[in-house]
Every structure is written in structure tokens, then in C-alpha cells.
Design a protein around this ligand. Structure first.
Ligand code: ADP
Length: 162
């Protein structure tokens, strides 16, 4: 297992500035940061897999350490396959903690050599989630400062189509 490779998994539906902050901070800790977009059949995403990957590409263009991929099985299997030694998850509030701890234990059970590292969010992004920015965009509000530039346009297009 390579400890210099970390995987940052998520739905990224769409990527927000909170996600980018976590990815940037992961880049300070690891040589390769692989952002893995979950293609989860149980969740009905707003953006397609390709749209989510494309928005992440734009958002992470300034980070040479970052690679981007997608996975649709177990994260533990994917992390082993790409030889990641660490799973990175962001923590916004205590309410995130219970679920995240359960997932960390589950992944440890499935792949004992892979560590989970929690990165606390920046205070000013602690309220931010993909659902919140979609709700603002759906109701015609401004998401400036909450999502990367390319995502603002995508959100506008997505909700104008509806
Ligand atoms: P998931 O559906 O797996 O929770 P998300 O796309 O919602 O996927 O989140 C991916 C990761 O980014 C998670 O670790 C989540 O805690 C983290 N994250 C989401 N929003 C923020 C934020 N505002 N600040 C820091 N981390 C965040």
C-alpha cells in the first residue's frame, strides 16, 4: 500500500468550495490525491457522472497532485486497486461524525491496511454542501463564493432546463 497516495471519495454533485478546500489541504499532505466520484446506483444524482468529473477537472486544474476517477463498487476495493494508503474525508460538524466513524470502521474491516484521515472543514465552509448550493440555485439565488466558477454556470443551466 502506498502511503503517498490518498483517495478523496464523494458524490461531488456538484463540487463545492468546501470540497476544493479539503482537496487542496490533502495536496499538502500527499504526493498523489485521487478524487474518486461515486457512481452510486442507490442515489439519483442531479449531474451525470461525466458532468461531475468535468466540473472537478476545472475546479482542480491548479493542483498538479490531483487525478480524478469514478468508482461504482466498494470504496475499500477501489482504494486497494489504485494502491491508495489513505482515505480522506471532510468533517463539517459533529452531525457528520457518527456516519463518518461508522464508514471508517467499515472500510478498516474491509481493507485493514488503509487508514481513514478526517480533515476538519474551514469554518466559513462548515455549512456548505452540494444539496445546499443546489437548493439556492433552484430558487434563483447566487452561489458566488460557494462553488468554483465553472460550476456556477453549470448550476444555472441545469436549473433553467427544468
Ligand atoms: P458523500 O455523498 O460521500 O458524503 P459528498 O460529495 O457530499 O459525498 O462529500 C464528499 C466529501 O467531502 C465528504 O468527506 C464530505 O464530508 C466532504 N465535504 C462536503 N462538503 C464539505 C465542506 N463544506 N467542507 C469540508 N468537507 C466537505
Amino acid at each position: 500500500m502506498e502511503t503517498c497516495v490518498a483517495v478523496v471519495p464523494g458524490s461531488f454533485d456538484p463540487v463545492t468550495n468546501g470540497h476544493v478546500d479539503i482537496i487542496e489541504r490533502a495536496c499538502k499532505l500527499f504526493r498523489v490525491v485521487h478524487v474518486a466520484v461515486a457512481v452510486n446506483a442507490a442515489k439519483e444524482p442531479t449531474f451525470t457522472r461525466d458532468e461531475r468529473v468535468e466540473m472537478l477537472r476545472l475546479a482542480c486544474a491548479h493542483l498538479p497532485e490531483v487525478t480524478i476517477g469514478t468508482f461504482d463498487g466498494l470504496l475499500a476495493d477501489y482504494a486497494v486497486a489504485i494502491r491508495a494508503g489513505t482515505i480522506i474525508r471532510g468533517l463539517r460538524a459533529v452531525s457528520d461524525f457518527e456516519y463518518e466513524l461508522q464508514m471508517a470502521h467499515t472500510n478498516r474491516c474491509l481493507a485493514p491496511d488503509i487508514e481513514t484521515v478526517f480533515v476538519p472543514t474551514r469554518t466559513d465552509y462548515s455549512f456548505l454542501s452540494s444539496s445546499i448550493v443546489k437548493e439556492i440555485a433552484r430558487l434563483g439565488g447566487s452561489v458566488e463564493g460557494l462553488v468554483p466558477d465553472g460550476v456556477r454556470q453549470r448550476l444555472r443551466e441545469k436549473f433553467e432546463q427544468r
